[in-house]
Design a protein around this ligand. Sequence first.
Ligand SMILES: NC(=O)c1ccc[n+]([C@@H]2O[C@H](COP(=O)([O-])OP(=O)(O)OC[C@H]3O[C@@H](n4cnc5c(N)ncnc54)[C@H](O)[C@@H]3O)[C@@H](O)[C@H]2O)c1
Length: 355
Amino acid sequence: MAKRYKVGVIGCGIGRSHISEGYAMHPDKYEVTVLCDLDEARLNAVADEFNVAGRIKSSDELMAMPDVDIIDICTPPAIHTKLILQALAAGKHVVCEKPLTGSLAELDDVVAAEQMAKGVLMPIYQYRYGDGVQQVRRIIESGLAGKPYVGTAETLWKRNAAYYDNPWRGRWATELGGVLMTHAIHLHDMLTYLMGPIDRVFARTATLVNTIEVEDCVSASLLMKNGALVSLTATLGSQEEISRLRLAFENVTFESNHSPYSPGDGPWRIIPANDEIGAKIGALLEGMPAVGRRFNGQMEAFYRTLEKGEKPPVTTTDARGSLELIAAIYHSNDINSDVALPITKGHSKYISWRP
Ligand SMILES: NC(=O)c1ccc[n+]([C@@H]2O[C@H](COP(=O)([O-])OP(=O)(O)OC[C@H]3O[C@@H](n4cnc5c(N)ncnc54)[C@H](O)[C@@H]3O)[C@@H](O)[C@H]2O)c1
């Protein structure tokens, strides 16, 4: 019989959604047996809601529990690295929210630990899951879309003072970045998931919307490795919230739905160059099984990694790419010039991208 993995979740904010949208949708695959949070009221509320018996405040205690298979890290960003390294050292599988680490140097430490570890590490990028994005990925991978020309990625969200009334948000030391790190990171990951790796970046960032340390508006121009050109726009000051990806390829133009927090959901607009391409796309997508949306789809894919040894659906290399883009954007803004990727040891933003 296939294994049912026991999960311990640290942090009951977005951790609650990992349970409701993810683990609880797959009761044959996962059982959340322990919750860990410093805030006792929140801990008990979420544990009561999902009938979780194990309730603890200390993450050290959770790491030492022999009957927990997966540690799911949903704490504020600055302690992700420490908890990942601790969980891998304890022999656990690890799921971790974005940003995976607080610097590229830390990310490389995590990769080194991952290579030695018994457990598997999966960064969270749940926007990759949903019928819309998965169908488009299939079309691009089949070669039907042809050569990529241009793309736009818009993360137009709204956040106000009430949102920043949280001790870790809005500060470099604890949030590690602003709209790039916390909000647009998802759509930017989705962009590279579909359009491939980035070669060069030019960008400007600004703090215009809220009274915070970190940036809340960004405009960037990317040259992709495949030659395509992409523009990114992100703000926390949009009166209507949308996330939108629009990608023009030689044979097809794709446009995501505009739902701010689930742009991967279907249907996407798939606009073929002609009827022949349209018919081929129709045939390719015929019978394609539905893909669970957001955490549902990502946790389902992770189970295949655990059971069948498949590569994790999101890897530390993917997480590195997304943090490298952010570091490059900050660097471009600082030096008022474009920046080549990758950012490796010796680069001024390798040890830290923070001012
Ligand atoms: N994937 C997504 O769509 C998404 C959405 C929101 C947040 N996030 C990410 O998830 C992380 C958490 O964000 P959030 O919005 O849930 O924050 P939050 O502040 O609402 O919740 C964090 C929880 O962690 C607890 N906590 C803090 N330190 C702890 C520790 N040492 N041990 C145990 N518990 C601890 C806090 O008490 C709090 O309940 C961040 O990295 C954020 O960027 C991701």
